[in-house]
Each structure stands twice: as C-alpha cells, then as structure tokens.
Design a protein. Structure first.
Lengths: 490, 490
C-alpha cells in the first residue's frame, strides 16, 4: 500500500503533490521497475481524493516516462533504462529541462493517454477515429491530380508560395462558401494546416494570458490543450439539445469580458447536436451586442444527411465578427492538412503575418493539386459519394440504437449529419472509465466523455464515431454497446 | 510641409507618435488620397529624428493600408476605398480590431516591405531569393516518388500520422546526421514545417515573455518577427570574421541569464561566414558553463564547396544542450516545407505535445514520398549535382568580385559554401537604402542589410544570394554592383 503525505492547504495542487511523491519513490527505488501502482480508484479512495486528481498525477508520470499504462491493466513502473530523459554521455551536468521550459509548454503535459489507448487487440470494433474511412478516400484521383500538377508546372510550384495559400484554391473555397450563403472573397481567406492550425492562428491573434474564451461543454477535445497553452481562461457553457445554452451565455456575459466564443453549430463534436437557425441568430445577436468574435467551426459543414439546410452563422454576419473555420480533413482526407479561416480583410492580413513568422508558407504543391481536384468536379463527386455512404451508416446506427436501447436512463443523440453520436448514462452505478472499459472488454472501443470536458465531468458519457466503420460493423458494435449498457440495470 | 507635434519624453514611442498623427491626418482628410508623403529622410531631418523612426511609422501606415509605397518613388495616401478594413454591410458597429488583437500579434505589424519590394521590371538580375534554383529542382524524380507512394500505400498514408513525423524519414535524417558525426536516433528527431517552424517550436518550448535570447548580429531576418511575437528580449552579439564574438558573448553572460542562443555556424545568413572547429568548441564550452541551450541552425550544412569539413556543434554536444535545426528547403526545395529538430528525448517529447496542439500531425504523404526519394539514393545524387553547380557559381562570383572591386572601403565576405555574400561599405557617403536603390536602378536587386539587424544598423550593408542565378547572370550582376559601388569614390 502506498501512503502519501498530502497537504490540501498547500499552494501546490494536490495532483502535483501526488506526482512529486510518486516520482520520488520511483527515483529512490522504493517503487521498482515493474511494480504495479494501485488503481486510480483505490488510491483516490485511500486518501479521500477525487479520482481525477490521481489520474492527472499518473498522466504526468506517464508523460515523463516514469510509468507505463496499458489499457485495461494496472500502471507499472517503467524500466529505468526506458525512462525518457536526456542522454548523459559524460560527466557533464544533468540538465533539469523542466526548469528550463516555458510554463505554457508545461501545461501541455497532459497528453492523449487521456483517451483510451489505441489497442492492437484483434477483432476490436473501433468507434474512435473521426476522419473519413480510408476505404472511400479518392486515393487514385488525387494521385492523378498531383501527377498532373507536377507535370504541368515548372519548379516554381515547389518553391515558397503565397503565405495566404494558393490563390486558385482560395477562390474555390470562396465559391464553395457562397453555396452556403457566405460571401467572402479570396483575400478574406487564409489556408491553414488543417482546422487545428486555424484554431491556433485565431488564438494567436486574439489571446493574451488570462483572456477569457467561451467554449461549449462538452467540446472538441483538442482545443483544450491549445487554450491551456495560450493561458486562456476558459468559460464553459453547457450544450443543450438545441446547441449552447443561450440563457447561461447571457448571464455569463453580464460579468465577463470574453475575447472569443468557440462553437460548432453543425453536428457538434462530440455530441452531434445541430443548432437551429433561430438559435444561431440569437447567438450572433448576443455576440454582436458584446462585440465578441465568434469562431464558427464548420468542420463537417458539408455532411448533412437529413432535413433541410441550416445556414452558417457567418452567412448572417454583417459586422465581420464571425471567423469561419473550414477543413478538407473530414470530407476528403486529413493527410492534406488543409483547412482555412474565412473572416475579414483586416484580420486575414494579421493571420498572414503570423503564418509567415510561423512557417513562411504552406505546401503549394498539395494546394495546387487539391485545387485541380476540385476544379475537375471531383470534390463535388466525392461529396455525393460519401454523403450516400454516411447517410446509410448513420441510419443503420440510429435504427440499431432505437431497436436495442429501451432504458430511459440511457440517452443518446440523433444527429442529422456528421459522424458522431453521444451517449449519456443517468443514475449509473459505474464510473465512466469503468463503463468504457467494460465496453472495451466486449471488443468495442469508444471515446470516453471526459476527454471533451475542460473541467472534469461527473457525468457518464461516451462518444462513438461511425467514420471508419462499415454498416455491418456499426450494427454489430452498437448491439454490443447496447448489451453492455443493458447490464447496468442490474 | 507636414508639421508633427512630437514629445520625446512621452511613454509612447516616437515612431508611434508619428504614425498616430499621420493616421489622423489621413482619416480627417488633411492628407488626401494620392497625396505624396515627404521622403523619410526629409521628414526625419525636419523634426530632428532618426530616419528609422519615420521609416517604422511609414511601415505601419503601409501595413494598415493607409499609404502605398512604390520602390524608388514617394509614398502616397491610398484611395480610401482600398483601405484594408472590415466590410460594413449594414449599420452595425465598426469594430476596432486593433483594440481586440493580442499585443504579440501587433508586434508582427512590420511586414516584409522592410526589404526591397519585388519588382516586375524586366531584365532585373535578382540576387534576393535564397532557395535552390527552380531550374535544378528534381521535379520529375520527386513526381515519380509521390506517384509510387500513393500507388503502393492504401488510404492510410492520407490520414493523420505520427506527429513526430514519418518514422522512416526520421531514420533517414538520423542516418544523414551520423555522416556529420552527430549521433541521434529517430526518437530524438521531430519533423517540422521547414526550419522556420522548427525555430517557432523552440521558442514555444523555451521562451516566456522577457526571456533573453542571444542572436548573432546580423542574423537570419525571419527569426526577428518570431522573437518579437514571443516577447523575447533580444541580446545581439556581433559577428566577426570567425563567427560570433565570443569575448563579447562571455562579458554579456556575466550579467545576463539567456534562455537560448541562436547561431548559424556554417555560411551564416546573411554574412556567409563559417566558424572554425576551435570557435565551435569554445562556444559550446561557454554555453555549457552557463547552461544555455544552443540552437544550431544548419540550414545549409550540406552546401560546403571549399576546404575540409567542419563538424557541427551538435557533434560535440555531450550534455544534450544543442538543438540542431535542419531543413530540406535549401538543398531540395522549400515547397516540401520539411525541416527538423534533432535534440534529446525529453525535449522531443515536449515538441511533440506542442506540435499536436498546433496541427495534430504533418503531411505524411509528402514525408513518405521524400523518404522514398532519399532511400533511392536520389538525395545524394541531387546533392552532388547542386554542389557542382553552386561550387562553380560561387567561384565565378568570388572571381568577378576579385577582378572588379579594388576599393579598400568595400569589404565583402568570401564564403566557403552556401549561397550568400555580404557587403559592407565603409565611409560611405550614401545611406544603405539609397545605395540599394542605386543598384536597383542599374537593374540588379540585392537585399538591404538592415533586414538582418534587430536594432537598426548604422552601417551600409547588403546581401547577394547566388541561389537563383546562373553563372552568366552572376558575372553580369556583380559587375554592375561593382560599377555602382565604384561610383561611390567620387
């Protein structure tokens, strides 16, 4: 049994105290390579702590190479030879890098072991990936476009290029946005390394340490480390059936001066919720009143399967307050690393300076090849193709859920597009992590809800994404999930 | 004549006062569209100011769209309709973005009009580009490798990939570095979007606002906005014939706690200077003593033409203090946007977290195609090919200089590799900008020295790069430069 000496009144956060003491035990060989650590639940119980606290300490130990965690098993102390540390080839001083690195980068030491580890277990139905199925990627068509681009351009396409992005591609994007009633021109668009990089550009442009940023909760998990890195102060607004709770937003804004609001109005990640036109109008009105720039993340704008179209917030934006983030990652493929921000000319020029300082320019070859792909009508064709595929997949998923889940404590969303379905288990006698583990033992991998929350959530949630699974797998996987959930009744 | 009301004792910097007053004059139509502004020299003289002050104010006006500058002509007030500003489609409030954006991004408003504007004037010999000649880029070979990569991989190569970079490419880089006596393994290497992005990752990892960073002066111009963006405090150490002045470095370190030192030991940009093995050893010793991480920018490591090889500082680094930055941009082509940092395992893991937060992962397709290119021996072949080409070009350049410049006040460097030659004109009766302008009027474009200085330089310098020019152009261009410089005697 591990006994920790913790001081709740100390300025050092509890998780850090736990971390420090375990680290010391490992370094002084009290805990030896191969030793099992107690489960987070047991250690938390023994010390009267929140389980998240222990979890965070273990994560940090993991990140620094002190322990190994295998999904579905105990954490163990690593072989010291494997400890991630700087090589000492001589008797030079052993640098303490932790003292040297920036506080911002320290905040990133909470890596993706927060989610269920990828497993190599055979026969697993993996509902975690959120990018198009490799089976339906237009590999061959894109190859031809790349080929043609390199054949028909001289070496100049391989030099530095326009830091805003390849102009014909920006024109295509502007055109595409017009189909969604958004009127921007190519000089109001900057091409980024995927949507993630677009979000970073936005934070770089607007955020100072302690700037307040409003996010939906739950939200896109990968914006959380980014907000931490930029020392943003995060204000969480819960999401309801119709999008973020506007009443809570208004009351929050009565006492706060937010610098940005981040929202995904369509098929929100992770919940799959889509807000109505009326909701969007009111949201824009509130933000206009308080002059809060909106990041509208349209990461799956094009992937609507059922019902009539709802226009982006950006389409109603008369004062240039909305920053529309788009991406080719969820419709074509993420390997392109191409996304964009459509906003106003002033801010686009500012993004340009930031982009130049970061990496001079993007990859013109890939951008030109994609533009060729689009100009041949292949983008539209691919869109139709994957629409058809995913409409069916989503239908199968919802049908299987309808037929197999009858417990009123088990709530799931019914998305009209996108790839994700969100589950909430009320009155659960299991912790979320245990439930996710139970599902995994039945050979289905889902994403635990907690990764999508900034403040640790007390709820029991998980997300499934149908992006990489075919209809048979979806049906089978959801049946397994339903069966596992139905045991909770006992 | 424009009269400004300036207060040297104000907390507002003088250039900002000049900027504010001119902006107000433009906004209130005292200065009308098309009106000429006085030259920076005249306005500076009238108000007893340094010319750089006026220059900075004009730059900011330009960046915000208030004025237009044409190279070799006066700045004029822009047509108001062209003013870069947010679109107002309605009577919504006109946002003041400048009040909303971060102070860091404001610091980037000093864009590349600092260098001579690109000209479309015909027959210009342009000595400014610093990337391989499009004529000798192995376009066709790379096309084949891309093609083969897409043919032989399934769609997975088009998904997200390893955020450290495609592992076989990291292995190739590790192998390549061993040829320079640097022993790192693939887990100590992260692949970045070119060297610029590598520099940003380093600043992100180490720099807090007001952290001190040591740079050579003059230095790589594009690191300056990056350092500004991260609010680094810049310490400038002059560069001598044998690299940065180590005596000044030591005396500086007596009173400063620098977080990083940035150096280019080979064919330094802009000067072309290469430091000796002994210099490198002493530099490393000094940094070890003060525990200052070194960024060793090896952007043209492979491009040595004359004399015996000198080993990178990283090859002598026993305590893991050196961060070696490499790039494929200057040997293959910049459009790849591929560079790397070779360092230690601890920091590589930290870079990984930062990279994930910034953009999830890089472009695996390009990385895999490059790896295929390298594994086929094409990298080595290309290296030999461009060595041969550039050795000749550098020889011609140095020979033409030797034969045409005899004025002891005109000093130029004699690089043993790389692409750049640096000029310094002593006792000049012309300002640097006027001299660059004179050369331009004779149809040769060079890079003014000032872009490579953080603190405005009083010296008269310029840089030529032979990267994009063939032997005939080099000979002709340098003769024109020499002729122009020789008129200075009068």
């Amino acid at each position: 049994m591990i006994l920790l000496d913790l001081n709740p009144k100390s300025k050092i956060p509890l998780f850090k105290q736990v971390f420090n003491q375990l680290k010391r035990m490992i370094e002084s060989d009290i805990l030896k390579p191969g030793d099992k650590l107690p489960s987070t639940r047991i250690l938390a119980k023994q010390h009267g702590l929140n389980r998240t606290t222990i979890y965070k300490a273990y994560e940090e130990l993991w990140a620094l190479g002190y322990i190994e965690s295998k999904s579905g098993s105990y954490s163990t102390v690593r072989q010291r030879t494997k400890v991630v540390n700087i090589k000492i080839n001589s008797n030079e001083s052993n640098l303490n890098w932790e003292e040297k690195i920036s506080s911002a980068s320290m905040l990133l030491i909470e890596p993706d072991n927060k989610s269920v580890a990828k497993s190599s277990k055979k026969g697993i139905i993996d509902f975690t990936p959120l990018s198009p199925d490799p089976e339906i990627i237009p590999n061959e068509e894109f190859r031809k476009c790349l080929n043609e681009t390199l054949r028909e351009n001289d070496g100049n396409i391989l030099l530095y290029g326009d830091s805003l992005g390849y102009k014909p591609l920006r024109k295509f994007i502007a055109h595409q946005m017009q189909l969604h009633a958004v009127h921007v021109n190519s000089s109001e668009i900057i091409i980024t390394n995927g949507a993630q990089n677009a979000l970073e550009l936005l934070l770089k442009l607007f955020i100072e340490p302690n700037s307040e940023v409003i996010i939906e909760t739950p939200t896109y998990s990968a914006i959380i480390p980014l907000l931490k890195y930029y020392h943003a102060k995060i204000l969480e607004i819960p999401i309801k059936e119709d999008g973020l709770d506007l009443d809570i937003l208004e009351s929050t804004l009565a006492n706060h001066q937010a610098k940005l609001l981040y929202t995904m109005p369509n098929f929100q990640n992770p919940t799959g919720i889509t807000s109505s036109q009326a909701h969007r109008e009111r949201l824009l009105e509130i933000c206009e009143k308080h002059q809060i720039p909106i990041i509208e993340d349209g990461f799956v704008e094009e992937m609507k399967y059922f019902g009539k179209n709802i226009l982006p917030i950006k389409s109603m934006d008369k004062s240039g307050l909305v920053f529309y983030v788009g991406t080719f990652s969820k419709v074509l493929f993420p390997g392109l690393r191409l996304g964009w921000i459509a906003s106003n000319a002033y801010c686009t020029n500012r993004f340009l300076e930031i982009k130049k300082a970061s990496e001079i320019s993007g990859n013109m070859l890939i951008q030109a090849a994609l533009e060729l792909f689009c100009s041949k009508g292949l983008y539209e064709m691919q869109l139709k193709r994957i629409h058809k595929v995913y409409r069916k997949r989503m239908n199968i998923a919802l049908k299987t859920l309808r037929e197999n889940i009858h417990n009123p404590n088990i709530i799931y969303t019914k998305p009209i597009g996108g790839y994700t379905i969100w589950f909430e288990i009320n009155n659960s006698n299991k912790l979320e992590s245990d439930l996710v583990q139970m599902i995994y033992q039945n050979s289905v991998l889902v994403t635990p809800g907690n990764v999508s929350y900034y403040s640790a959530s007390e709820k029991v949630n998980f997300r499934i994404s149908i992006a990489h699974r075919n209809e048979a797998e979806i049906e089978q996987g959801i049946k397994i999930i339903a069966k596992t959930l139905n045991t909770l009744k006992d």
